[in-house]
Design a binder for this molecule. Structure first.
Ligand SMILES: *Cc1c(COP(=O)(O)O)cnc(C)c1O
Length: 382
């Protein structure tokens, strides 16, 4: 099936701009992370269209790899995976409304209980439905986003022991600064989490599945691995920041490519694109590419981005438009239909997500999740 928004194939007849996802790279990254954190296991995080890689396809990859769990942000992401036949456990990491609870239970999606009230609501709903709801408790150890504060967690854990329809399978926290060079805050959060977990030790109870580590912590905080690690950006082959050491060998799983659709010569002094910020100082060849900020090729990269054409880097010139960008190729040659790499590649000229994030003044996560659904995805490898 080929539709504009969810094509399984991209062809030149459809659109010459597409993202190519290498399933083998995802598999290798998964195995590299798994080997690094063993005996802890890996929960790949597939929120935001699997960081732009395509939710359903990546869900299938994760299932085939034997992942024990998949993490997503929202209920609808989990439901979409279920609708497409993904059967492994799914955890929705984000905050939820009481009205969503029945849908979780109906489709066997694990809920995050981020307060005692939510836990009670889940318990009650599951009882009413005559079903068991699987729950992970969320402890806020210093992110101040969702979860029960570490200093009030005991009440939540006690309440969880009394649940009969809500089965507490896991307990987790989330780091605010695990991708920073300075790990003081992350270590403090870890201590607080460990203190909460002593609840089980004191009662001689086996703790539920414990998880804390995101990509930053996987790379530089081994004490935080516990039973599961939540691998997001690292699974896709990028680092969360340039401050963290590259301790796990991963490679970029996607390539974003397009083709030249127009060629011209611009005379010296004639400005290019909106605002006329840039003009060549001498006559230069300029090509136009069918991609723009309307695809997630961020406008903030104007004047900074580069692309790869025939194995060589060239600058994007003038402001990035919604659907088109211009590239100066000096006095080199290019033809309509020539392939242009926007992101990725596997030789010395390759453009890494980290580099593109620096052009855009953002983090790698935002680069990948910004490549929107207008861009077809194609898949290669196992
Ligand atoms: C997004 C997210 C992750 C993954 O973060 P990365 O930095 O991409 O590894 C892990 N845990 C939670 C709760 C998240 O929201």
């Amino acid at each position: 099936m080929t539709t504009l928004h969810e094509p399984t194939i991209a062809t030149d007849e459809l659109r010459p701009t597409y993202v190519e996802v290498d399933r083998d790279a995802l598999a290798e990254n998964y195995r590299a992370i798994a080997a690094h954190v063993a005996p802890a296991r890996v929960m790949p995080i597939l929120k935001a269209n699997a960081y732009g890689h395509g939710l359903v396809e990546v869900g299938r990859v994760a299932e085939r790899l034997g992942a024990p769990y998949i993490g997503v942000a929202y209920l609808e992401e989990a439901l979409r995976l279920r609708q497409h036949g993904v059967r492994i456990p799914l955890l929705v990491l984000g905050g939820i409304l009481g009205s969503q609870i029945p849908r979780f239970i109906e489709h066997d999606v694990t809920l995050t209980a981020s307060s005692i009230d939510k836990l009670h609501a889940i318990e009650e709903q599951a009882g009413t439905m005559g079903r068991v709801a699987t729950v992970h408790l969320k402890i806020d150890t210093g992110m101040e986003r969702i979860g029960v504060h570490w200093y009030s967690a005991e009440r939540l854990l006690e309440a969880s022991l009394r649940c009969r329809h809500a089965r507490v399978e896991g307990i987790f926290t989330h780091f605010a600064n695990a991708d920073a060079r300075d790990l003081t805050h992350a270590r403090l959060q870890l201590e607080r989490f460990e203190e909460v977990l002593r609840f089980y030790e004191h009662r001689s109870l086996p703790p539920p599945l414990r998880h804390a580590a995101n990509s930053g912590a996987i790379l530089q905080l081994p004490e935080s691995y516990f039973d599961l690690v939540r691998a997001g950006i690292l699974f896709y082959g990028a680092r969360p920041s340039l401050e963290v050491p590259a301790t796990v060998p991963v490679r970029q799983a996607l390539r974003w490519v397009t083709r030249v659709v127009f060629f011209k010569v611009v005379k010296a002094g004639n400005p290019v694109s909106y605002g006329g910020d840039w003009a060549p100082t001498s006559e230069t060849r300029v090509v136009t590419l069918p991609v723009g900020y309307g695809d997630g090729y961020t406008r903030a990269m104007s004047g900074k981005a580069e692309v790869i054409l025939n194995g060589k880097r060239y600058p994007v010139v003038g402001r990035i438009c919604m659907d088109q960008v211009m590239v100066s190729i000096g006095w080199d040659s290019a033809y309509n239909g020539d392939e242009v790499v926007l992101l990725g590649g596997d030789d010395a000229t390759a453009i890494s997500t980290e580099e593109m994030a620096a052009w855009a003044g953002t983090i790698t996560h935002e680069i990948l999740t910004s490549i929107n659904t207008r861009v077809p995805r194609i898949y290669r490898g196992g």
